[in-house]
Design a binder for this molecule. Structure first.
Ligand code: MN
Length: 413
């Protein structure tokens, strides 16, 4: 991605900050898994959005003092011993080029230098940290640690949350960001086609996942979230990640999965007949879900409410479920459709969501109606990724086939 994008993001952030403030962003560190092993590192998405750098243990500060903005990036110092074992660390020059930040300092000096600024007469009154979804009993993370440190050493400093600014910035996607999401969708399409070609009764759910993830890895991509592959009765579990079941003749498999491109995610769901042929009952239910997607796309518009789109889908499902003799009263829909129509998508698969839940220009959303009929062991979800524009809703994943005929033809060709 272009350095200009990240420079602009920081400028937009600084514009929205209160004067006499410093915002701090951490790139994060891989969590320890056991002994000397670590979970794979995944960069903090706000840090990436503001720097374009996908590296561990860095800190970004953006200060606004008397209307003047200053940006500093703290990066780990070069360590030859470390490099012999784990790889080459980023040099200051490369950090400057990627991020467009001129002032690059040593990570080990961050706390001392920051304390110096906080103590100085023209230092900030406010420090922005980032706090989003957190449980009170969650282990300490960098932001929480910084907040404790501030309360201890600088009790008069106001701690602010950069969340609302980040929601505003990140929910409005540039064309460059949409291109990344499209690339991730392209990987997902190619990998799903490979899955479809190899799907057959007798195969385990984890083998379908293996086929999908293998194809992503061939493209130097990886899943943006744990792959869901739920066959037969498992498909009524929304986030089923066990994947141990052997698929049988007559089953469908619900695949909810995605890929990453430059940390931007796709999020797609398709439901396929394992043997390549839907039963007539499966077809009838499938069509109600597919129509629900059209209903949702028609209801989405700039300035609309997410809830109104969901209500339109629920009304459609009420009609459909009655016609299928599954319910008698509209109020029963919630027993068969128990999530909502979608969520913002971007650097996070469940991207930062506007508090007022309105649909705005350049938002990217998933549209994912589903019906889950436990009594019949059937779960069907169909999910596409869409871009909200002034001219209308653009389905970014329209090339991933989803009609009954297209799926059957593809699987049997
Ligand atoms: Mn989704």
């Amino acid at each position: 991605m272009k350095t200009e994008f990240f420079i602009n993001n920081r400028a937009k952030f600084a514009e929205r900050m209160d004067d006499y403030s410093t915002a701090v962003f951490f790139s994060g560190k891989a969590k320890r898994e056991s002994a000397d092993q670590h979970y794979p590192f995944s960069v903090d998405r706000n840090f990436f959005y503001l720097t374009g750098i996908d590296r561990e243990d860095m800190v970004l500060t953006i200060s606004k003092i008397g209307g003047k903005t200053e940006e500093t990036l703290y990066i780990p110092p070069v360590d030859e011993h470390f490099e012999k074992w784990y790889g080459i660390l980023m040099r200051k020059e490369e950090a400057r080029e990627t991020s467009g930040i001129k002032n690059v300092e040593n990570r080990n000096d961050f706390l001392d230098k920051f304390a110096g600024k906080l103590s100085s007469s023209d230092g900030p009154d406010n420090v922005y940290i980032f706090s989003y979804i957190t449980d009170a009993d969650e282990p300490e993370d960098s932001y929480r640690g910084l907040a404790h440190w501030l309360r201890d050493k600088f009790p008069a400093i106001n701690i602010k949350n950069s969340l609302d600014i980040m929601i505003e910035l990140r929910s409005s996607k540039t064309e460059e960001e949409v291109e990344e999401i499209k690339t991730a969708i392209g990987y997902t399409r190619e990998a799903l086609e490979f899955v479809m070609k190899n799907l057959k009764p007798g195969m385990y759910e984890y083998q379908a996942r293996a086929h999908f993830e293998y194809q992503l890895m061939l493209r130097n991509s990886r899943p943006g979230f744990p792959t869901i592959g739920a066959s037969g009765p498992n498909a009524v579990i929304l986030h089923y990640v066990d994947l141990k079941r052997k698929m049988e003749e007559g089953d469908m498999i619900l695949l909810d999965l995605g890929a990453l491109s430059n940390n931007y995610a796709s999020d797609i769901t398709r439901t396929y007949p394992v043997n390549g042929k839907f039963t007539s009952r499966q077809k009838d239910i499938y069509k109600v879900v597919l129509e629900a997607q059209e209903v949702a796309l028609d209801a989405m518009h700039v300035g609309g409410l997410e809830m109104d789109v969901n209500d339109a889908v629920k009304a459609h499902f009420a009609k459909g479920l009655k016609a299928l003799n599954i319910i008698r009263d509209d109020s029963e829909v919630v027993n068969y459709y128990y999530h909502s129509i979608g969520h913002p998508l971007g650097l996070d698969v469940h991207d930062l969501r506007r508090r007022d839940k309105t649909i705005q220009e350049n938002n990217v959303y998933t549209v994912e109606p589903g019906l889950y009929i436990k009594e019949e062991g059937i779960g069907i979800r169909i999910e596409d990724d869409v871009w909200v524009t002034k001219k209308g809703i653009i389905n970014l994943s329209k090339d991933i086939i989803k009609t009954v005929d297209d799926i059957e033809n593809f699987m049997n060709s």
